[in-house]
Design a protein around this ligand. Structure first.
Ligand code: CA
Length: 305
């Protein structure tokens, strides 16, 4: 992040913002869960022990409610439209975009990140301009040419390029909160015990994808479209949650470890691929600083009952 101010480059177009906000549903789709006890974490061969996925431990959990989907572009638009909230990406002036999703004409001026060269630092990339500002200024689904009349589809995608701070601001606005990591995993497991995926043990039953992850050779030779899909795409798990694994990483309210106070991210994203990052599993973990925004990270809400 450059930290430089960019007060006008990425401000949402007011008309489009109003149109997007109008597409937000009136009610939050929250699922009430009665809680109980469950086995958290994983020690199976797919797990990354260094991420703190284990040991497996039995935990008790109070009843709570959690979003059936991650917060969508339309829902976040309603928040920005009502409050004028300015995201960390807008304050920083840039955000990180997967190299294959950088808006046309911006690749040459968007430096790649040294250790992870598939990320590019794109000036003006925000939740409203996920690939960076396009030539028309119309927000588009990364990797596609959606604009104008396709606003309705984009509205249903997860909001991205939102920091933990932005996510908490949204949650406070609607009277909710972020889930704890324990709540997130309990909900993502959908009632199954110690399964790597929300639907069971096999990643692609019958060869059919059940979540949105990177297909092909990462990062440069995808065999399917790369980027977000609508938040309610794919069948829900046993509790009714969509896309806990894959699509976008999701912020939680928990800290990564006693020595690492960064907020935990869960679930993996459309960039996950078994060749380098099989974190598209119910127990997988990551973390980022609270002001970080990324093109593959969003959040879902929770409520205490
Ligand atoms: Ca997810």
């Amino acid at each position: 992040m450059s930290g430089r101010e960019s007060p006008t480059a990425s401000a949402p177009d007011r008309q489009l913002l109003a149109e997007l906000a109008a597409l937000a549903p009136q009610d939050l789709a929250m699922i009430g869960l009665s809680g109980g006890s469950f086995l958290m974490g994983s020690e199976d061969p797919l797990a990354y022990p260094d991420d703190g996925e284990g040991p497996v431990r039995e935990l008790g959990i109070e009843g709570f409610a959690i979003g059936a989907t991650t917060v969508t572009v339309a829902e976040f638009a309603a928040f920005v439209h009502a409050t004028g909230h300015r995201t960390d990406a807008e304050t920083h002036g840039d955000s990180l975009v997967f190299t294959g999703l950088v808006a046309e004409g911006l690749a040459e001026t968007s430096p790649s990140v040294q250790a992870t060269p598939w990320w590019r630092q794109v000036t003006g990339a925000t939740w409203f301009h996920p690939g960076g500002p396009g030539p028309t200024g119309v927000a588009a689904v990364p990797g596609s040419t959606l604009e104008g009349s396709n606003l309705e589809e984009w509205a249903r995608h997860p909001v991205t390029h939102v920091s933990h701070t932005d996510a908490e601001a949204y949650a406070q606005w609607v009277g909710a909160r972020l889930p704890t990591e324990v709540e997130w995993e309990f909900a993502s497991r959908g009632g199954l015990e110690q399964q790597p995926y929300p639907w069971g043990s096999v990643r692609e039953p019958g060869g059919v994808a059940r979540m949105n992850t990177f297909a092909g050779v990462f990062p440069s030779r995808p065999t399917a479209p790369v980027g977000t899909v609508p938040a309610d795409a794919f069948a829900p798990n046993g509790f009714g949650l969509h896309n806990t694994t894959g699509n976008v990483w999701e912020w939680t309210s928990s800290h990564f470890s006693a020595h690492d106070q960064r907020p935990v991210l869960r679930g993996g994203s459309y960039m996950c691929h078994d060749s380098y990052c099989r974190r598209y599993r119910t127990s997988a973990r990551s973390a980022a600083t609270p002001d970080t925004s990324l093109g593959h990270t969003g959040f879902r809400l929770a409520l205490s009952l």
